[in-house]
Write a protein that binds this ligand. Sequence first.
Ligand code: KIV
Length: 295
Amino acid sequence: MSTSPKISTETKAKPVTAPDIQAMKGGEKICCITAYDYPSGIIADQAGVDLVLVGDSLAMVVLGRADTLSVTVDEMVHHTRAAAQGVKRALLVSDMPFMSFATVERALATAHRLMAEGGARAVKLEGGRTVVEQITALTEAGVPVMAHIGLTPQHVARFGGFKAQGKSAEATRALIEDAQAVEEAGAFSVVLEAMPVEAAQLITEAVSIPTIGIGAGNVTDGQILVYHDALGLFDRFSPKFVRRFAELGEDSRKAVEQYCAEVRRTSFPGEKNTYYMPDAELAQVRKIKVKPKKK
Ligand code: KIV
């Protein structure tokens, strides 16, 4: 670990709040990305994103699981707390795991933990008309809620896979109703995942809260991407809607290969990476006779 003080965690800008995000509807595009720990949190924050989501995609891109269903509230709290160490300006939102908001009571308890223990400033939950009671109760309790409709990965078993949604007029009407229901319940924004751009356009016009798209074209009020997808750190699959802005997975593998090669040819550590005995001690140290221990 380097002790270089080059990266400062202090940013002077005013922290972004949920009402700030809500007020950005129809204005400058809202830039959001996921993060799961201190390094990704600080990088996202210093890059100037408006909102950082500790997504339950954690289960797949960090913990290596097949889907998001098994992630626990404990795991979300743990990673939210780590990300919160790096996120000083952006709005830090934490995802409510599968079934952790199945009832109003559970939703309140989960949000309490994510905010009080994890340091989140808002929560996200998947669902539309089916979760309005939870959104209403959370909002009344003072918890800013981001909703999430369209391809909701917690419903992957019901959808039969990670499939785009809203691909008919009837399905688009249902999504519009979902978006209006979560707005009415008090959500400050809504994620639209994996749907035709025409559906996203209609939903964006139908609500007065910001829509944040992922695989919903460029018509939404903002965009979100999974950090590991955007930086080329997740190689299991890459949805059509992902653009890789870097190839850090490949770069990291090459860096570790180089490290191994230099260790093997003894060019690492070099002089600059080595501590030396103070001159005053050197003569005495050279007199030390070492007897190899018998095996
Ligand atoms: O879990 C997650 O990362 C998400 C985003 C893709 C919106 O829900």
